[in-house]
Write a protein that binds this ligand. Structure first.
Ligand SMILES: [Zn+2]
Length: 304
């Protein structure tokens, strides 16, 4: 049976409802060599982020996927603290972000060492917690994957093949996603276990579809960050192209930022529920499709 590994333990599909597949509780976009990188008091993070998580819970969100990975302040212990304070399960990744958000040990690690590290985080726990990483979050350079990023990707694919995990990548251009899918298939894994994160940043809709045609998930994660009409139109185009079972929707918002005084001002996880879903219903999207997008798809993608 496929299980979704969360901060509050493994969950079955019938235990969950709507899932936000790409948000952030905690992010540090300073590189790992900076003083104070990823440092914060759990109580401060809970104080800032628990109300945001609770606002999502009131709207029927049952799980939030944390997309902060290695190099950008992945802290499963902070996610766990927010979960314990709110009752909201949070899904945490292993993996590493693109250059230059790479710590010294990752920079010099072999492919085998990186694979072993990711496998351990998915089977034993991460950041000193018993929380298992559910999935692998990586990234690639905007204009093409670097040698180091390819090493991280190949290690990710090998670890994913052993666990059934999905790999999600912050990749800005569709053609770079296609290169990543080539590497993934070269390693003998299926493109169906890949999420093209920020698919909306590729302006050629044909390339969005080409990625989906290969079997990968596409993710429009700019809900609440771009004009509603633009976001709704893009979603409708993907639905009309028959991609309802490969589409993920989220805000890519939050978060506690340790580089800001008091963690800064977080942005809410509520725009999808309050504005976008009603707008999609108004434009003729059925309740069945809404459930597919918000319940079935994120579980299918992130469970293993
Ligand atoms: Zn993000």
């Amino acid at each position: 049976m496929k299980l979704l590994h969360t901060t509050l333990g493994p969950k079955r599909a019938d235990e969950l409802g709507m899932i936000l597949p790409h948000e952030h509780i905690f992010v540090d976009l300073r590189t790992p060599d900076q003083p104070g990188y990823a440092q914060a008091d759990p109580a401060d993070v809970v104080r800032l982020m628990a109300p945001q998580v609770e606002a999502a819970a009131i709207r029927g969100i049952t799980t939030i996927v944390e997309c902060s990975t290695g190099g950008v302040g992945r802290r499963a212990d902070l996610d766990l603290a927010v979960s314990l304070a709110t009752g909201m399960p949070i899904v945490v990744p292993t993996g590493n972000y693109r250059e230059p958000w790479v710590s010294d040990w990752v920079r010099v690690a072999s492919e085998a060492e990186l694979e072993a590290h990711m496998f351990r985080e998915m089977t034993e726990g991460l950041d000193g917690t018993p929380v298992l990483a559910a999935w692998i979050k990586i990234s690639a350079g905007d204009d093409g994957i670097t040698v180091l990023e390819e090493r991280i990707l190949r290690a990710a694919v090998r670890a994913a093949k052993r666990t059934g995990a999905i790999i999600g990548s912050h990749t800005i251009k569709g053609r770079v996603v296609m290169d990543q899918l080539d590497i993934m298939e070269d390693e003998g894994y299926t493109a169906e276990r890949f999420i093209s994160i920020h698919t909306q940043t590729e302006p050629d809709f044909g390339l969005n579809l080409a990625v989906a045609e290969r079997g990968a998930w596409i993710e429009y994660d700019h809900v609440g960050r771009a004009p509603d009409d633009e976001v709704a139109s893009l979603i409708l185009k993907a639905l009309e192209a028959g991609k309802a079972t490969q589409l993920l929707l989220s805000h890519d918002r939050g978060w506690y930022d340790p580089a800001q005084p008091g963690g800064g001002v977080p942005k809410p996880f509520t725009h999808l529920s309050d504005v976008m879903l009603p707008m999609l219903r108004e434009r003729g999207v059925t309740e069945e499709t809404i459930l597919q997008l918000m319940v079935a798809n994120p579980f299918a993608a992130y469970s293993r």
